[in-house]
Structure formats: structure tokens, C-alpha cells
Design a protein around this ligand. Structure first.
Ligand code: UD1
Length: 409
């Protein structure tokens, strides 16, 4: 399946060119529905066919410039319209987002990047307003931290700027490369995506394109940890092991079998109980923060004690108190969690607070004796198409309560 964190941004990238852009390999998840609505309100014709994993975007010559709080609060990735809107219309009014409850995330780096390109930026009545009535101009930008979102907005804002832009200390995630690849196919001139320095030579205009979304490394990593945590055997078809070198390497060192297959990769636990391991989240290619809840769920049932350190987001340890309800031995100490693995958890009602913690709690429930009832399942639907159906196909005993149907249907 295509990456959520790329598909949403690529939909925003389409705003940069008048005409019909087609995205394929788009995941059938609730967040895409929200982004589709946001683009419709900007005047874009959006045809989203979840069953066919396709979105067709018809971008008119004149588009709006306001992203309402109602949608932005439901989908933090809405902030990715900021760069394209300023570049295309000279103005963007984007509500300051809410989104996942995973710590405070500023927009200072986004704002500073746009200011370097000549935009006037201020926050008023809960909206970040960026104005560049005479267009943006190329500049030297250095991000204080390799923020994924700020890298994207700096990139999408600069492709139509006059002259050359150099962006240093950028994020190197595969999703950044995906955006640069799509922009290049639209006629943008970009060098260095996937390294710490991106150079953009501004062009007059871009053309619509057709682009397939990069595979979802976080979903693939979820299945890898699901296999390791339940001591199962899963082949991740379409998974790109190269995008998960650090987490897969750790699972292999801990006693799991990790191997490449013709169709992707496979993670299995063949004998006994794998060992727990220390994790410290870092920007790509380091251990992804989005897989941190899965590392926790793994460590609390693996053999031995380990420490999980969260370096990217402050409050991203909500999984811990819920895992403790399942009998896990885990103590939070600042941005560290110490775990002492127990062989089996004990089923209980738990609550998911974001996409990844929700999915991690479902996996933990599979290694808990008795029933585990995970509430807040709509969070999981934001990132995983029919998670419970996929788990059942692997032999898991999981059902969805009838009143918790996926949002996008
Ligand atoms: C994206 C992903 C998210 C992932 C994260 C890190 C999407 C929709 N979301 O989020 O799933 O967990 O990358 O891999 O793609 N920061 C600032 N100022 C800014 C911007 C960021 O201080 O202007 C800080 C944040 O508070 C955070 C850190 O930088 O502590 C990382 O944030 P960033 O890389 O921007 O993450 P997102 O793009 O929001």
C-alpha cells in the first residue's frame, strides 16, 4: 500500500499545476478523505476511488487560499498546502493544526522557510497567514531541525520561486524523495532529495502529472513488529526493507528471522522468545518515531529489559499507560521508558489515542490472555485500511465492534 504520509502531501503538491493530476497506489484510509475535502474547498475537483487506490485531482486556474480549522484540526498534514498555496496564489491562510495528540509541534520552521523566500508570515485568529503578492524569490534556507513538514513546505514553495533556493539540514525520508520525484515529473528542477541539502532551480510553471505513491514504510514496519511481537511469520508484500534498515536490523539482532523475498520481506520468530532491545527515535534513516509504540509493545513481551527513548515528540508515550493496563511492566522516566518483558499480557479494555498507538495496542491484545477491547478505533482507520481484516487473514482473532465502522465508507 502507498504511504499515508506521502499520499496526503502529494495531493497538496497537485495544487501547483493547473489541470488533471492522477495519483495511484493511494491508501484507502480516512485521512485521504479529509485531504480530499480540504482540496475541494479550495476549488479542486477531487475524484477519490478508495477501492482502486486512485485519486484524480482537477485543479482550476484560480484556486482558494484558505484551509479551515475544522479540517486542519482533524488532519495535521493539511499544513502541507501552505507551500503550494503561497507559490501558486501568493497567499495562504492555514489554520494552526491539532491532529494527533502526540505532543506540541511548532510551525516556526515552516514560517521561517517561507520568510526566507520573501513571504510575510504572521499568526492571526488561529490562522497562519503567509503572503507573497509579488511571488517568492530563491534564497538560502537552513532548517534548525530536519523537520519533515518544514522540508516539504520549503520545497513546494520554492519550485515556482524566481531563482535558485538551497535548503540545508533537510529531512531525508523516502516520502521527501517521493515528493521531489513527483515535482520533477511536473517540470520542477530539484537536486539532492534524500540528502541533507536540496537545491531547487525555480521554474515559471508546472504541468499536471501521473504518479504512484511510494510504499508505506510505517505500515510495513507495523507488520514486521506484529510478526515479532506475536512470535508469528509474516511476509510483507510490497514492503521495502531498505526503508526500514534500522528497525529490521534490530529485530534480526534480537533473534527474529528477517529475510528478503521476491515480493518484499519476511519477519518470523522460529524458536523461543526474541530478546528486547533499546530504541532511540531519530530522523530518517534512524529508528522512526512512528514505530516507537510498536517497539514498546514488542519489548513488553520480549525477553529481558530495555529502554525506549523518544527524541522527536514530547508526549508520545500514551501507549505506555495502556500497555500497563494489559499487565506490561513499563515505567516512564522523562523521554525514556524502561520495560521488563513478561511472556504473556492479560486482556483488558484499553484506549487508543493516535493511529500508531491504536495499532500497537491491537497487536499487544494478540499476545494477551483473554479479551482485549481497544476503543478509539477510528484513529487506526486514519492510517490502516481495514486493519482487523488484514490481521484476521494472518490468523489473528480480531473483530470490529459494529458501531465502529471505518469513516471513509
Ligand atoms: C511527520 C509525520 C509524522 C512523523 C514525523 C517525524 C506526516 C503527516 N507526519 O510529521 O507521522 O512522526 O514526521 O517523522 O507526515 N518542529 C518544530 N518546528 C516546526 C516543525 C517541527 O519545532 O516548525 C519539531 C516538532 O515539534 C517535532 C519535530 O520537529 O518535535 C519533528 O517534527 P516534523 O519532522 O516536522 O514532523 P511532521 O512533519 O509534523
Amino acid at each position: 500500500m502507498g504511504a499515508k504520509n506521502s499520499a496526503l502531501k502529494l495531493m497538496a503538491v497537485a495544487l501547483l499545476a493547473e489541470g488533471r493530476t492522477t495519483l495511484t497506489n493511494v491508501p484507502a484510509i480516512a485521512d485521504v478523505t479529509i485531504m480530499a475535502e480540504l482540496l475541494r474547498r479550495l476549488g479542486v475537483g477531487v475524484d477519490y476511488v478508495p477501492e482502486e487506490n486512485r485519486v484524480v485531482l482537477d485543479v482550476p486556474a484560480t484556486i482558494g487560499h484558505r484551509a479551515d480549522y475544522e479540517l486542519v484540526r482533524a488532519l495535521r498534514a493539511s499544513i502541507s498546502v501552505l507551500g503550494p498555496l503561497v507559490a501558486r496564489t501568493g497567499q495562504a491562510d492555514v489554520a494552526v493544526p491539532g491532529g494527533d495528540a502526540i505532543g506540541s509541534r511548532g510551525l516556526d520552521l515552516h514560517a521561517a522557510a517561507l520568510e526566507s523566500l520573501g513571504a510575510r508570515v504572521h499568526v492571526t485568529h488561529g490562522y497562519l497567514v503567509a503572503e507573497a503578492p509579488d511571488g517568492l524569490r530563491g534564497a538560502g534556507i537552513r532548517l534548525d531541525f530536519p523537520s519533515v513538514g518544514a522540508t516539504e513546505n520549503a520545497l513546494t514553495a520554492s519550485v515556482l520561486a524566481r531563482g535558485t533556493t538551497t535548503i540545508d539540514n533537510v529531512a531525508k525520508e523516502p516520502e521527501i524523495i517521493d515528493i521531489a520525484t513527483m515535482l520533477t515529473s511536473m517540470g520542477a528542477r530539484i537536486e539532492g532529495a534524500g540528502t541533507s541539502r536540496i537545491v531547487v532551480h525555480g521554474v515559471e510553471s508546472l504541468s499536471p502529472t501521473e504518479h504512484a505513491v511510494v510504499p508505506d514504510r510505517i505500515a510495513a514496519g507495523t507488520w514486521a513488529f506484529a510478526a515479532a511481537t506475536t512470535r508469528g511469520d509474516v511476509e510483507v508484500v510490497g514492503g521495502v526493507a531498505d526503508h526500514l534498515r534500522v528497525p529490521l536490523g534490530m529485530l534480526a539482532d534480537a533473534g527474529c528471522t528477517v529475510e528478503s523475498t521476491d515480493r518484499g520481506f519476511r519477519v518470523a520468530v522460529r524458536d523461543g522468545r526474541p530478546r528486547s532491545f533499546d530504541v532511540a527515535t531519530l530522523p530518517y534513516p534512524g529508528f522512526p518515531t512512528d514505530l516507537q509504540p510498536f517497539a514498546l509493545a514488542y519489548n513488553v513481551v520480549a525477553d529481558g529489559s530495555a529502554m525506549v527513548t523518544e527524541n522527536l515528540f514530547e508526549a508520545r508515550f500514551r501507549t505506555v499507560q495502556e500497555l500497563a493496563r494489559l499487565g506490561a511492566e513499563a515505567q516512564i522516566d522523562g523521554h525514556h521508558v524502561m520495560t521488563h518483558g513478561v511472556p504473556l499480557l492479560s486482556g483488558a479494555p484499553v484506549e487508543s489515542s493516535d493511529i500508531r498507538s491504536g495499532a500497537a495496542l491491537v497487536i499487544a491484545g494478540l499476545v494477551a490472555e483473554g479479551d482485549t477491547l481497544v476503543s478509539g478505533v477510528h484513529h487506526i482507520d486514519r492510517g490502516y485500511p481495514r486493519f482487523e481484516v488484514a490481521l484476521r487473514a494472518l490468523g489473528a482473532d480480531v473483530t470490529r465492534e459494529p458501531d465502529d465502522a471505518p469513516d471513509f465508507e
